[in-house]
Design a protein around this ligand. Structure first.
Ligand code: SF4
Length: 525
């Protein structure tokens, strides 16, 4: 048997490492090492119920397992074959215990594609990745496909950038490929900075080889021989797992010179970001990679034309890369059959806030917010009323009850005044003040403004001051008017996406929760 134990950041914080040590200790003491092997995996997603432990091939899923449960699991389940009922997930409405992962409401509507290997393999063991079709897509690309046929396949799949912008990935690859010159770069943007978002972190912690393989495929397609992963220094575990994955891949000839015996050379290095939110913007990211101040540039030229050290550079986000190997192996027709007409495939969301099932979820595009919040997320904590959900982090907007049945895709979210962003989803309930929520996000963007352009540098500060005054009950209607005016000025005249979207939480809370602003205004009767 195999005991899969979650070693994602969430479960590690709840002592899963200690649980793993004790399990190994008990296995040794019981001399049953020939019957069972303990494997640490990436995040299962159901962080609310961690630490999580799954036993294969029995397909039994245990939740909230603490180190002192280790002995019972080995003695009862592994040695005697008896399921430990009290460690099974208990369905809150029926009090029914559920044994299998696929029967749990949290997983039923999910489709794990980008996070397919998280919770399945040991991210530190390349052979486990290979056992699960790992590096087969790279092999196929290098032996059976031309650069153009790879690009064509990605274009036909309809994959769009998962970092927030939603730009078609295949087209980005094609533009970079078509630039003159032999020196090109491919960069993985792992500078995940939205409050509450941990999708990219979990992918890198749980399946680093998936990203490495995809970068090599992208490198081959656009004609790059060097890849860079730009990752936040605050993600030490993702960095360490990525580092060991790169070393393992080099040792097996999957990175470096003459990959898999072909004449394709490709290697990856990583650069650590210092945690500036603006460095998620691709030109700021490239400046930071070059050792310069992390500030955005005017576009054009776009990085695909003139990027890292002036060479054509393709920047894709972690989740975008994570989708590449399955598309190559299963084909663009299969991928494009998932999702909506303009947004194909799935999307990973980090569900957080006042929701029962906090965690990481992956659903087909077109799933409604109601399904995510109620069917998967288990509804609102402690029986409170849903008030709104903020998608897209500090750049997004709030979505209220009336739009909960909107099928999620890039365009629909924009249509209802929010955005996909990278996938942060924060649920708010009747105890939350929407003015305070807008103030929180504005403080974040004000602090993170790089200061390069005046509308964002000064405008967000003035907006924040007005919000503080209003939330303290000292604001007037003139302040509300000034706040509105400033919001549109900052939105329309800032240089990069950070400033252009910073006012969104204010604009959308004013639109949907005007009453809450008015209740705080002192010259309104
Ligand atoms: Fe910097 Fe803000 Fe201007 Fe972007 S909008 S360049 S973050 S000051």
């Amino acid at each position: 048997k195999k005991i899969l134990i979650c070693a994602g950041t969430g479960c590690l914080a709840s002592e899963s490492e200690k649980l793993l040590e004790i399990l190994n200790h008990v296995i040794k003491a019981r001399k049953c090492g020939d019957k069972v092997k303990v494997v640490k995996t990436g995040c299962f997603g159901f962080c609310e119920q961690g630490p999580i432990l799954k036993i294969e091939p029995d397909d039994v899923f245990y939740v909230r397992v603490v180190p002192k449960d280790a002995r019972t699991i080995i003695d009862d389940h592994i040695i005697q074959g008896k399921i430990v009922e009290r460690l099974l997930y208990e369905e809150p409405t029926s009090n029914k215990r559920i044994e299998k992962q696929e029967d749990m409401p949290f997983y039923k509507k999910q489709m794990r594609l980008a996070i397919r290997n998280c919770g399945l393999i040991n991210p530190e063991d390349v052979y486990e990745y290979i056992e699960h079709e790992g590096y087969s897509a790279l092999g196929k690309v290098l032996t059976e496909m031309t650069q153009y046929s790879v690009i064509d396949e990605i274009k036909k799949s309809g994959l769009r950038g998962r970092g927030g912008g939603g730009f078609p990935t295949g087209l980005k690859w094609e533009i970079t490929k078509n630039q003159h010159g032999n020196t090109k770069f491919i960069i993985c943007n792992a500078d995940e900075g939205d409050p509450g978002a941990f999708m990219d972190r979990s992918i890198l912690e749980g399946d680093p080889h998936g990203v490495i393989e995809a970068m090599a495929i992208g490198g081959y397609a656009i004609g790059a021989h060097k890849g860079i992963v730009y990752i936040r220094a605050e993600y030490p575990m993702a960095i360490s797992r990525l580092n060991s994955a790169i070393i393992q891949a080099r040792d097996l000839g999957l990175l470096g010179e003459n990959i898999l015996g072909t004449d394709f050379n490709f290697d990856i290095e990583f650069k650590l970001g210092a945690g500036a939110f603006v460095c998620g913007e691709e030109t700021a990211l490239i400046n930071s990679c070059e050792g310069k101040r992390g500030e955005p540039n005017y576009k054009p030229p776009y990085p695909a034309e003139e990027g890292y050290w002036g060479y054509p550079t393709c920047v894709n986000n972690v989740e975008t890369f994570a989708n590449i190997p399955p598309i190559i192996l299963q084909g663009s027709t299969w991928f494009s059959s998932i999702g909506t007409e303009k947004s194909r495939g799935t999307k990973v969301f980090a569900l957080a806030g006042k929701i029962n099932n906090v965690g990481l979820v992956e659903v087909p595009m077109g799933t409604t917010l109601r399904e995510i919040i109620y069917d998967i997320g288990g509804g609102i904590q402690e029986g409170h009323q849903f008030k709104a959900v903020q998608t897209g982090g500090p750049s997004g907007g709030v979505i209220t009850e009336k739009d909960l049945d909107t099928p999620i895709d890039y365009d629909n979210l924009l249509g209802i005044g929010s955005m996909m962003g990278s996938g942060g989803m924060i649920v708010l309930d009747d105890r939350d003040s929407m003015v305070n929520m807008a103030k929180f996000y504005l403080q974040f963007t004000m602090d993170e403004s790089c200061g390069r352009c005046t509308p964002c540098r000064i405008g967000t500060k003035r907006m924040y001051e007005l919000l503080v005054k209003i939330s303290n009950g000292e604001g007037t209607m003139a302040d509300i008017d000034a706040l509105k005016q400033l919001s549109y000025m900052v939105k329309n005249s800032s240089l990069c996406g950070l400033g252009q979207t910073a006012p969104n939480p204010v604009i959308s809370t004013m639109k949907y929760f005007w009453d809450e602003y008015m209740e705080l205004i002192k010259d309104v009767d």
